[in-house]
Design a protein around this ligand. Structure first.
Ligand SMILES: *[C@@H]1O[C@H](CO)[C@@H](O)[C@H](O)[C@H]1NC(C)=O
Ligand SMILES: *[C@@H]1O[C@H](CO)[C@@H](O)[C@H](O)[C@H]1NC(C)=O
Ligand SMILES: *[C@@H]1O[C@H](CO)[C@@H](O)[C@H](O)[C@H]1NC(C)=O
Length: 493
């Protein structure tokens, strides 16, 4: 007797929650749909690589290695991630740590049931296995480092100025935050120290570098590019090219700053970082198919802000989804390994530059002319259109995979720093615009059981690297373009 009302209220609840998750988001004439998470996985905080070092914060940068993605007959998918720690471990441990790429193999078995999984069952939906490490070297074969630069190599006829470990240790130092693999197998890496885009061959040797316009570079009050001291214009320290993605059909790279340049509101009039005026960040486009990279465009993107205090939600990654449209991973610092148990914003949002003003080569490339002085956008510049999309901290979505937001601070707490995105085709003939989007967290080498260069360390907290996979409808992507980017055959002929 009582089962009918109970059943119908349950059904109603499910309809309501799925309707909320599946509400289309309109942008630039397209209708995007977030269909919720389909898998979760972790890499243990104390996992080690073949050199015996803790694998650590590899979620800063992630891409799926070309030619590795495949759909198995039993409904699972396999592939290999190429991932990158940013500046490496901390303190004295980082001194000898060589910049490296890590390869992680995965088996993805999407979970589409409606009941919630335990954390241990959830982890089986994306199983991960370390495969190999590629240690990276400079143009001349010398080892690369990730330590905070305290030296600068002046520009030469063949190279822009470069950040060095120090004047007595002239290794190039890179803070790798984003990665894209080109159609020829080489890799492009977005960096925060420059902010630069570095080019590597598949053997791990640097073969080039792209220096953005002067407005982006750290310039001292004397007018010099200097990576080691406080600058008066250019990127804010630690807010460089967190985002990098490639449109493989035109071989165009897009790189986006984590938040506004110093002169665009990144710091206040006292020279302090200001998260209430730093929302107007910039994205640049470089065509890399010719003999040398060419600046093709530059646009302003308005980052989301907190409702209460108007604080900028910086972007840690971007991903090209066709026709001037991008996914952007924007978040606060709450969560496992962060500054608070409770997160209030972790989203994969959308922005479109199709109607925005291209400021490449304009007066705004000169650091003397801010595009957003004090955080107010110049009236002659139209910014990108922005829309809220996938919510990583949606309570029901987290619960489905054994996770939660807020206290308690245990292994079921959503990670703090989500920094990497990757995409793969679903090849569903009745939903041809549906894709799988992977997000990954950066654990900042936090483990109680770490080892770097044979030296043990304990950061006091085990923060596993978390991965979440979402099913999304992305109608702006031209069919077959994701397969082209992954070097696999098209899903539909
Ligand atoms: C790209 O988007 C714009 C509007 O945002 C639209 O007018 C145009 O038709 C789209 N192009 C393609 C190839 O779909
Ligand atoms: C499909 O096969 C792979 C490889 O044997 C296995 O790892 C995976 O768990 C299987 N998936 C399902 C749904 O059985
Ligand atoms: C990463 O860990 C180091 C060492 O514990 C700490 O100093 C630093 O603030 C952490 N970074 C972030 C972004 O939390």
């Amino acid at each position: 007797m009582y089962s009918y009302p109970l059943l119908s209220s349950l059904v109603l609840c499910q309809l309501l929650s799925s309707a909320r998750a599946d509400t289309p988001v309109k942008l630039g004439g397209y209708s995007y749909v977030s269909k919720g998470p389909v898998a979760f996985g972790v890499l243990a905080s104390n996992a080690v690589d073949s050199s015996g070092d803790t694998i650590g914060g590899i979620g800063s940068a992630m891409t799926i290695k070309r030619g590795t993605w495949s759909a198995l007959k039993n409904g699972s998918f396999t592939g290999t991630f190429v991932m990158h720690p940013d500046s490496g471990p901390h303190g004295d441990l980082d001194k000898g740590y060589q910049t490296r790429q890590q390869e992680i193999e995965f088996v993805l078995t999407p979970y589409t049931g409606s009941s919630s999984l335990s954390l241990s069952d959830a982890k089986k939906t994306l199983s991960l296995a370390y495969r190999k490490t590629l240690l990276q070297v400079d143009v001349d074969g010398s080892k690369l480092s990730g330590v905070d630069p305290s030296g600068t190599q002046s520009s030469t006829t063949s190279s822009p100025a470069l950040p060095l470990v120090s004047s007595s240790d002239p290794r190039l130092t890179i803070d790798a935050e984003s990665i894209a693999q080109d159609v020829d197998g080489t890799f492009w890496m977005g960096d925060e120290y420059g902010p630069y885009i570095y080019h590597f061959n598949s053997a791990g040797q640097r073969i080039g570098v792209i220096q953005p316009p002067r407005a982006f570079l750290p310039i001292t009050s004397q007018g010099y590019v200097d990576f080691s001291s406080s600058s008066v214009t250019g990127r804010v320290g630690g807010q460089g090219f967190e985002g990098l993605t490639m449109d493989h059909s035109t071989r165009t790279l897009y790189a986006m700053l984590q938040s506004a340049l110093i002169q665009d509101g990144g710091v206040d009039s006292d020279g302090e970082e200001s998260d209430t005026t730093s929302r107007y960040t910039r994205v640049v486009a470089y065509a890399v198919g010719g003999s040398s990279p060419e600046l093709k465009g530059e646009w302003v993107v308005p980052l989301p802000r907190s409702a209460s205090k108007g604080k900028t939600r910086p972007s840690s990654e971007i991903l090209f989804v066709g026709n001037g449209t991008f996914l952007s991973l924007s978040r606060d610092a709450g969560g496992r390994g962060g500054n608070d148990d409770e997160s209030s914003y972790k989203q994969i949002d959308l922005f479109s530059i199709t109607g925005a003003t291209n400021i490449a080569g304009s007066k705004y490339d000169d650091p003397k002319n801010p595009v957003a002085p004090g955080g107010t956008l110049a009236s002659d510049v139209v910014p990108a259109a922005y829309a809220s999309f996938v919510d990583l901290i949606n309570k029901d979505s987290l619960k489905k995979f054994g996770l939660h937001n807020g206290s308690p601070n245990d292994e079921t707490l959503i990670a703090s720093r989500w920094e990497g995105l990757a995409i793969a085709p679903l090849c569903d003939s009745s939903n041809k615009d549906d894709y799988l989007v992977f997000a990954v967290s950066d654990n900042n080498f936090s483990t109680t059981d770490g080892v770097i260069g044979g030296v043990s360390y304990d950061e006091g907290l085990d923060v596993d690297t978390q991965f979440l996979v979402y099913r999304v409808t992305l109608p702006s992507l031209s069919r077959g373009s994701v397969e082209t980017s992954l070097g696999i055959s098209p899903c539909f002929s």
